[in-house]
Design a protein around this ligand. Structure first.
Ligand SMILES: [Zn+2]
Ligand SMILES: [Zn+2]
Length: 163
């Protein structure tokens, strides 16, 4: 993740003007959580600059993607997410809360069987894992412990009429 100043410098090098709108997007990206959708970024930007349209936010995000400073992700969560973690990693999407967690992993061991026969070549591969994030995992294990004792008396109550 780069600082707003570093992103501004990249824009200048690409002969793009560093407008207040662009700077506001850079600042939101630098402070926000990992994988926001454009709507989330827009909501934070208008807190600083109320007149910035969602369309402008999309445009700045596209420019950042083209400069290689952002990665657009489709994780099957219904909206494109923008990732400013540029180190190699994959993603886990939480089944409980939808959180996206960065998983550092290298897919060097993947065997592309049959790819040569298809006449294609593979340059990159992205892995999207499903599971539970750390907070949901912690909450889930405590819930499981607390529901077990209460479910047993229910079974005994059902059995009571026969006894
Ligand atoms: Zn979760
Ligand atoms: Zn990520």
């Amino acid at each position: 993740m780069r600082s707003p100043e570093a992103l501004a410098q990249r824009f200048r090098e690409a002969n793009l003007k560093v407008t207040p709108q662009r700077m506001a997007v850079f600042e939101v990206l630098g402070t926000g959580p990992g994988h926001p959708a454009a709507e989330q970024i827009h909501r934070s930007v208008v807190e600083k600059l109320p007149n910035v349209s969602l369309r402008t936010v999309y445009q700045v995000l596209r420019e950042l993607s083209e400069l290689g400073e952002l990665v657009m992700l489709d994780l099957g969560t219904g909206a494109v997410r923008y990732d400013h973690n540029l180190t190699q990693h994959h993603h886990l999407v939480c089944d409980e809360c939808g959180a996206v967690v960065d998983i550092p992993a290298h897919l060097t061991e993947v065997q592309y069987a049959g790819v040569a026969d298809l006449g294609v070549s593979v340059s990159t591969a992205e892995l999207v894992m499903r599971g539970t994030c750390s907070p949901c995992h912690a909450a889930g294990s405590t819930t499981a412990e607390s529901t077990k004792p209460s479910s047993q008396p229910t079974m005994q109550q059902l059995g009571d009429p026969h006894a």
